[in-house]
Design a protein around this ligand. Sequence first.
Ligand code: MN
Length: 319
Amino acid sequence: MSNLDTHPEETVCRTAADDHVAVLFAPRDVPLGGLRGIHVDRLLPQRGLPTVGAWCFLDVFGPDTTRMTVLPHPHTGLQTVTWPLAGEIHHRDSVGSDVLVRPGQLNLMTGGHGVAHSEISVDSGELLHGLQLWVALPAERAGMAPAFEQHVDLPTYAGGGLTATVFAGTLGGETSPATVHTPLVGADLRVAEGAATTLPLRTDFEHAVLPIDGPLLVSGTEAPAGRLLYLGTGRPEVTLSASRPVRAVLLGGEPFPDELVMWWNFVGRGHDEIAAARADWEGADRTRFGVVQGHGGDRIPAPELPNVRLTPRRHGHRG
Ligand code: MN
């Protein structure tokens, strides 16, 4: 997915909290542009919450019948996770990948020093619905070589009416085969009707839960569908209950130590680094991002840089 959100607005809702942090974040409706102009709900980054662990970006797209056509565009300093809930996406990238991205399968692209990719929904008549996530790379890996991996078989953790597909990191002793570079977790949760279950967490991780298609009661806090509930650190477990079947996503990780500069599709640590990536995509060094086969010369041009120096997003919630 390509990020065209250059003027985001944030809404933060605070809930009644227990001893732990529990803060609800509302999404922002962001147009992605393009011919048919699809919109996404952006849950990360938020004002005061730039990251959850190394997770630095979370968009929900659909459910929508609109076809998605995202032409070749670049990424640096991050990994992208495309997680369809319904529908299929044709992914091509500049490391030579040409794959269909299907629900239940992990597609992890490492941008590192520079990668380009395109994403085009397969016109199967099915609704398109899914998540686009970015993982920030730690400073010492931010310039690593680009890579792509697809994992068709992912481990599941089950108990008490909960089934969790672990797509990144470890949850309940189940570990995803995905290559990650900081301690983190990402899981697709299916909570059964009437379930009341306890999920073990790492206390050194911060976590957040996004209910997707219905409300969840999360350790005493009601989390409506489509809101990101930030849970802070220090929780040895979280309880989940639902009065009807609910799908949700759990994200977590060691609080990310660096303040990141995120602009367009680049993640970096300073203005000059981002400006150089933009210039390279616009032609200063096309070899940096390589070529995505099958598009001729079609690509998404970078927006103009703002007339101010880009500065990092700062953390406002830690606990
Ligand atoms: Mn992308």
